[in-house]
Design a protein around this ligand. Structure first.
Ligand SMILES: Nc1nc2c(c(=O)[nH]1)N[C@H]1C(S)=C(S)[C@@H](COP(=O)(O)O)O[C@H]1N2
Ligand SMILES: [Mo]
Length: 313
């Protein structure tokens, strides 16, 4: 999509009125802008045992941005979804081979999800046009869901009277116990928190050294089920938990900052954080294993050594 002026989003299928929109058309539609945290469904899977063979994400596949776009549902209403539509399919411009099939990247939403889950067609990120790697010129964004449904480089929206059976929908992004299991679809992000690791690392082992005294532990927490109601911090490997202070400013679908004042004393400590969301879910101590390594939200642990004298000092 080198030439944004030439880009068109086309919509059609199943009885409705075909729709063609240029980037200027989309930008002229009613605008909304808000912060959304987007997490990849496979975030953290590289730390699982047994290991999954897919992309080895550690803890980094997560971010928050201020997205600008227009709500999707009014456009679908304008086009007129006939009552026999069961899936709305979103097609990206990128093509490749996965699961033995040549395909465009495609995902679908049911009409009820397209109406109720607040999907947007976004064309801006942090006050600028979408960067190429995040879907320029336009992507779908489904706030609160793992990233796979937010189709980048969007080129087509198709209403279908058949259930969509594409690879990314019917095969990938499902909670499966074995390859033959049809599984349940991955949808909303489960409750999760991360800690900014305090102190300094050893380059090769990643062991961390923290100076004794007052340390402000801080991090982020988020959930696709709503807002975060509680973050707890442990400085003794989960034997005891203390309430962290949670930022009052809450934007639905954006992560929240937390902090906890710790008086660090000499020796080895395992720090940990865990969040609870407005649906009442708390992060588990152990991961509920699934074949794809999706939606890992195990309590985040950070081992540190408190010493005034790191090696060589
Ligand atoms: N067209 C297209 N859209 C896509 C993908 C893709 O490969 N092609 N990957 C999806 C997945 S799996 C995720 S997690 C998010 C990542 O979005 P980001 O690159 O903006 O972080 O994009 C989604 N949308
Ligand atoms: Mo992903």
């Amino acid at each position: 999509h080198g030439d944004p002026a030439a880009w068109r989003l086309s919509g059609g299928g199943a009885g409705g009125r075909p729709l063609t929109l240029s980037l200027d058309d989309l930008r002229a539609l009613p605008r909304v802008a808000f912060a959304v945290t987007l997490e990849w469904a496979g975030n953290w899977r590289a730390l699982l045992e047994p290991d999954d063979e897919s992309q080895p994400w550690l803890l980094e596949a997560i971010g928050t941005g201020e997205w600008t776009g227009t709500p999707l549902w009014p456009l679908l209403e304008e086009a007129g979804l006939s009552p026999d539509v069961v899936d709305v399919v979103f097609t990206g411009a990128d093509r490749g081979v996965e699961g033995g099939d040549e395909q465009h990247y495609q995902r679908s939403l049911t009409p009820a999800q397209a109406r109720d889950e607040g999907p947007l067609l976004v064309h801006g990120l942090n006050g600028a046009p979408l960067p190429p790697q995040h879907g320029f010129p336009v992507r779908l964004l489904v706030p609160g869901w793992y990233g796979m449904t937010s189709v980048k480089w969007l080129s087509r929206i198709t209403a279908s009277t058949e259930p969509f059976g594409g690879y990314q929908q019917a095969s990938a992004y499902r909670f499966k116990s074995d390859p033959d299991d049809a599984g349940e679809p991955v949808t909303r992000m489960v409750v999760r928190s991360l800690m900014v690791p305090p102190g300094i690392p050893d380059f090769f082992t990643r062991a961390r050294y923290v100076a004794p005294g007052d340390v402000m532990l801080t991090g982020r927490a988020w959930s696709g089920a709503g807002t975060i109601t509680r973050v707890e911090v442990s400085t003794d490997d989960g034997a005891s938990w203390n309430a962290a202070e949670l930022d009052a400013a809450v934007v639905d679908h954006a992560w929240q900052t937390w902090r906890f004042a710790w008086n660090a004393t000499d020796g080895d400590h395992v720090l940990a954080c865990r969040a609870t969301d407005s649906a009442g879910e708390t992060q588990p101590d152990d991961h509920r294993w699934n074949l794809g390594g999706y939606a890992v939200n195990t309590v985040h642990r950070v081992p540190v050594t408190v010493t005034a004298h790191p090696p060589g000092d």
